[in-house]
Design a protein around this ligand. Structure first.
Ligand code: ADE
Length: 226
């Protein structure tokens, strides 16, 4: 079973996301255990303060080192972590290869950023890997954490059944999946490609592969050069 500890200032925001869909099924099957930790609970300051003004001036508040340090220290005293991940837009972009790599880990910590950022010393001394979910900025790391966890958890062996196997996902082989169809064969004048109806397995396989390459070169040529 994989264990994911999520550090956030808004634990309730996220826990609802995990009550539905695949994540719930994965927890029921005991493939994953997700624990939320409120960073504020680890503040030693009056009024449970967790952020402060940036040294040198500037706008926005900065998440302080201590509460995050204390939370991570507490978790590390209970088990060994494979990765301590910080979700932030200024990082390596998440892709399927990284997701596959992380999906077989045992214990990971996911830190959601907030406000303007976090004290750099957290990144320098506590974080083992920084990941962005794309070249755009969200107002907090919580939605990024939901995306990240969904992407990883569905890859954990046994989470998806054969019928929805992750092996045929787009990107799994750096190609976008071919188009798929179901009945009826003709709707209005819109036809399903003939090759899919005649049942020749090799021909269908070839058609799908060619379509994948055609679509990938058209909309994501960068994938073909990987
Ligand atoms: N936090 C804010 N924006 C983000 C992004 N694009 N990826 C990961 N974490 C984020």
């Amino acid at each position: 079973m994989m264990r994911i500890d999520i550090l956030t200032l808004l634990p309730t925001d996220l826990s609802n996301t995990f009550k539905s869909s695949i994540l719930k099924r994965a927890e029921k099957k005991e493939k994953v255990k997700i624990s939320f930790h409120n960073i504020r609970d680890y503040s030693k300051k009056k009024h449970k303060q967790v952020d402060d003004y940036p040294y040198g001036g500037g706008s926005g508040m900065v998440l302080m080192v201590e509460p995050i340090y204390e939370c991570i220290k507490n978790l590390k005293s209970e088990r060994v972590y494979d990765e301590i991940i910080y979700l932030t837009p200024d990082a390596e972009i998440l892709n399927q290869k990284t997701a596959n790599f992380l999906s077989i880990k045992k214990n990971i910590i996911v830190l959601c950023g907030h406000y303007k950022g976090i004290d750099q010393r957290i990144r320098d001394h506590l974080i083992t890997r920084e990941i962005s979910i794309g070249d755009f900025v969200l107002s907090g790391g919580e939605l990024a954490a939901a995306v990240f966890c969904d992407c990883i958890i569905r890859l954990i062996p046994g989470v998806l059944g054969d019928e929805s196997s992750a092996l045929t996902d787009s990107f799994q082989d750096n190609l976008i999946s071919p188009p798929i169809y179901t009945r009826p064969a003709v709707f209005r004048s819109w036809k399903v490609p003939e090759v899919l109806l005649n049942g020749d397995k090799n021909e269908i396989e070839n058609w799908r592969e060619n379509k994948s390459i055609e679509i990938t070169s058209k909309i994501r040529p960068d994938l073909l050069n990987k």
